[in-house]
Design a protein around this ligand. Structure first.
Ligand SMILES: NC(=O)c1ccc[n+]([C@@H]2O[C@H](COP(=O)([O-])OP(=O)(O)OC[C@H]3O[C@@H](n4cnc5c(N)ncnc54)[C@H](OP(=O)(O)O)[C@@H]3O)[C@@H](O)[C@H]2O)c1
Length: 434
């Protein structure tokens, strides 16, 4: 018996998949009981240099040699982006092929259409590689934790930004120099927008939220903040308060049928497990009502870690399609139907906040600012004043608030910005883990 697969894309991940399937064939056969065979791989330029040399005749520029090819049972979409990936995935499903993809953007933005099509035609869509690289978090939530009501989910889901934040925190680099260094080391793209603005991690948060709560949020439903506004002082003050700054994806059940979903830099206690996840590593912490806290960490990207997740899915599809009743494939998200649950607007959520004002050092400044904050129900837990900026002559007035409703805080901050003595303000949420 042989399970024949085709690849759409033979770039970083595609070449990694080919390498594992070729070099570990005996191991995979031992585990599965039969052979996985790579039949064709679609690329744009068959002459390009490859990280794992493909066997003679594997590469083609014709998608039809993979999609709709009756010989190929499983199609791995490793092209990336929205088109032609979306069209090819839908076409493969319609042709009765199972689909594996590493494409978080595609599933986050067009997941409803793709998952519905898979259900309609009774085919599998697997996407372990789309979230947190080699960490088997999709399977953990969908299967391992399926007996649970998920209460909280926290993730460090983008290796590039985690690397930048780690360098800013440990070595006091500015954002620009940490980014440049990450680009030189090959961790950040020449155009880093998708990573540093938080969009990549938000795509992954959408998928984890769907698995955890059975609701697939839209990008607009999620509060998304990137890391470009962070400055070295923020890391120094965070450390002084006993915190570490991380770009954290959060989705939590806050009330019955209400979810909070946000992706933002937060301060978290330096003693927390997630605070210790450094460099380009990813991590996810999930709390189930029965399971308690589960914590997983590992490489979130790269040729072989990502290929590991894709090949794991290939084996899983091969097994389930041979062994399970063919009329009832497992649903991609672990829910037979998706709910239209309400995502709580960020303005209604509450948390303690860190505020750093750059102010003219003059008597009465603190009372002007705290007066405005007080009128908006924001009370202060700690205040420190430190460090004159020789260029602007301003000093840092740093505050930690008690729990505040974000909508109220935003209004208050806007009002304080109009004060003549206020030259700038930075605001970071302090994450509470109950
Ligand atoms: N790289 C990672 O570490 C990583 C981690 C997690 C998830 N992912 C996801 O995995 C997917 C693939 O990423 P990657 O890094 O492997 O990308 P990549 O290195 O850029 O490879 C893309 C492949 O797709 C082919 N391709 C692009 N457009 C095509 C088109 N219109 N028609 C036919 N072939 C086309 C390219 O052909 P040519 O080679 O001829 O140009 C190339 O072989 C993406 O969705 C990405 O988000 C990647």
């Amino acid at each position: 018996m042989i399970t024949k697969i085709g690849l759409l894309g033979y770039g970083t991940v595609g070449a990694g998949v080919a390498q594992i399937v070729t070099q570990e064939q005996a191991l995979l056969t031992q585990k599965l009981g039969w052979t996985i065979k790579l039949v064709k791989a679609v690329v744009r330029n068959p002459q390009a240099q490859r990280r794992f040399t493909p066997p003679e005749g594997l590469l083609t520029t014709e998608p039809d040699e993979v999609v709709g090819n009756p010989e190929i049972e499983v199609v791995c979409e490793l092209i990336g982006g929205i088109e032609p990936a979306r069209t090819l995935v839908l076409k493969a499903l319609s042709a009765g092929q199972h689909v594996i993809t590493a494409n978080k953007a595609l599933l986050a933005l067009h997941g409803t259409e793709i998952f519905e099509k898979a259900q309609e035609v009774n085919r599998c869509v697997m996407f372990e590689a789309a979230v947190a690289g080699s960490i088997p978090i999709i399977r953990t939530i969908r299967e391992g934790l399926s007996a649970n009501r998920i209460q909280n989910l926290y993730g460090i889901l983008n290796g590039t930004t985690n690397l930048i934040l780690t360098r800013m925190s440990k070595d006091h680099l500015t954002f620009d120099s940490a980014l440049k260094e990450a680009q030189q080391a090959g961790y950040a793209e020449a155009d880093p927008t998708t990573d540093v603005m938080g969009y990549d991690a938000a795509h992954k948060l959408i998928l984890l939220t769907a698995l955890a709560y059975g609701v697939l949020p839209k990008m607009d439903d999620i509060h998304i903040e990137g890391i470009t506004q962070l400055e070295p002082e923020d890391f120094s003050f965070a450390s002084e308060f006993g915190y570490v700054i991380k770009l954290l994806a959060v989705s939590s059940l806050v009330e019955k049928e209400t979810i909070e979903a946000r992706l933002q830099p937060v301060m978290l206690p330096a003693s927390h497990l997630l605070a210790g996840v450094g460099g380009a590593m990813n991590a996810v912490m999930v709390r189930g009502n029965a399971s308690g806290d589960i914590f997983v960490s590992g490489p979130g990207a790269g040729m072989m870690p990502t290929a590991s997740a894709v090949v794991g899915d290939i084996l899983e599809v091969a097994r389930t399609t041979r062994h399970s009743h063919s009329d009832h494939r497992p649903s991609a998200l672990g829910w037979r139907s998706l709910k239209s649950e309400m995502i709580k607007p960020i303005t209604q959520t509450s948390a303690p906040y860190y505020l750093r004002y750059a102010v003219i050092d003059r008597p009465g400044v603190l009372s002007s600012i705290s007066g405005i904050l007080g009128r908006h129900d924001i009370s202060l837990a700690q205040v420190i004043q430190k460090g004159q900026n020789p260029q602007t002559g301003t000093v840092n007035l740093v505050m930690l608030t008690h729990r505040a409703v974000f909508g109220d805080l935003s209004e208050a901050v806007k009002e304080t910005q109009a004060l003549e003595v206020v030259k700038g303000v930075h605001l970071i949420r302090v994450e509470e883990f109950n």
